[in-house]
Design a protein around this ligand. Sequence first.
Ligand code: ADP
Length: 324
Amino acid sequence: MSSSECLRVRGLGASWGADPVLTDVDLDVADGEFVVLMGPNGSGKTTLLRCLVGLEAPTHGTVSLRGRNLRGVPTHRRGVGMLFQEPALFPHRSVWENVAYGLAVLRRPRADIDRRVEEMLRLLHLESLADRAPQALSGGERQRVALARTLAPEPPLVLLDEPFASVDAEIRRDLRSAFRRALSATRTAAIHVTHDREEGLLLADRVVLLSGGRVVQHGSPPEVYGAPASADSARFLGYNVLVESGRAMAIAPIDVEIRPLGESNRTGTVTLSGFAGGSHLVEVELEGGERLEGRLPLGAIPPAVGTRVGLRWRRSVALPGAPV
Ligand code: ADP
C-alpha cells in the first residue's frame, strides 16, 4: 500500500440476479483526492457505491480502505461516509444534534463532540442554523447539514451520490463550491457520482467513466475529455460522432463551423436553431442521416430551420477501434 492510498478496488463484479451489472472494476483513490464517477444512466454508478459502502455484496473482487480488506465488514464499521440525493436527516433533532449524531454513536467525550460539531458548522456556514429543525431548512441548507454530519466522525472517504440533483441551478453552484472547499479543508477523499458531465469535469481531480458496468476511461478531466476511448464515451462527453473515410471521429460542437455551401466538406439541412445562453445552438442533419450539433457565437446570425448549409470542423479526434 502506498502512503497516500485511501481506497483500492480490484476486479470488482456485481450482479442483479443473473445479470452482471459491474465487471472487473479497478479503482484507486488517494487520500484527499476528489474522484468523479460519471456515466450514462444504468451504467452501474450507484451499484458501485453500494458495494463500496457495504449495502451490496460484490460477486467478485476486493475492496480495501487504507490497506484494510472490507469483505464482511458492516456498513457502520467501514469508515466510509455516504450522502444521497435526498438527505435523510433526523426530523426530530436540531441541526446541531444531527451533526453530533455520528460522534455520539462512537461515544466520543462530550467536549470532543462539542468542539467537532462547532468546527463542522463553521466549515459549512451553518452556525446560525444550529438550533433549527431540518423541516425549517431549504434544500441547499439540508445538503450542507448532511455533509457536516457525514464529515463529523472524520471518515477517510465519503461517497456522494448525485448530491446536487434535486436543487436548482443557483443553489447547485453554491453547494458545489461549499462541498469542494469542505472536503479539501478536512483532507477527505470523495467519490462523487453524477451524470452531469459539465459538473463532473469541473469538480474532479480525476474522472472515472463507467459504461455498461466497466471502467472505460480514467484520468484528469482534460485527459478524459481530450481522448474519448469509444463512440459511446465521446457521445457521453458531448461530442458529435461521425464516420469519415471509414473512421469514427469525435467533433466537439464548439469546433463545428457553419459555412456557405461551396466552402465546406459536408452539407446538410438545419433541423433546430435557437438561442442557448452563451451561444446559438444549430443542429444539422447530414445527407447520410447523421445529426451534428454546432455552436455559433451570439454575434452571428443563426441559419433558419430548413436551410441547407455547409459544415467544416476546426478539429476532430479519431476514435480508437476498428475502422467502420
Ligand atoms: P446508474 O447509477 O449508473 O444509473 P445503477 O447502478 O443504478 O446505474 O444500475 C445499473 C444496472 O443495474 C441497471 O441496468 C439497472 O437496471 C440494474 N439495477 C439497479 N438496481 C436494481 C434492482 N434493485 N434490481 C434489479 N436491477 C437493478
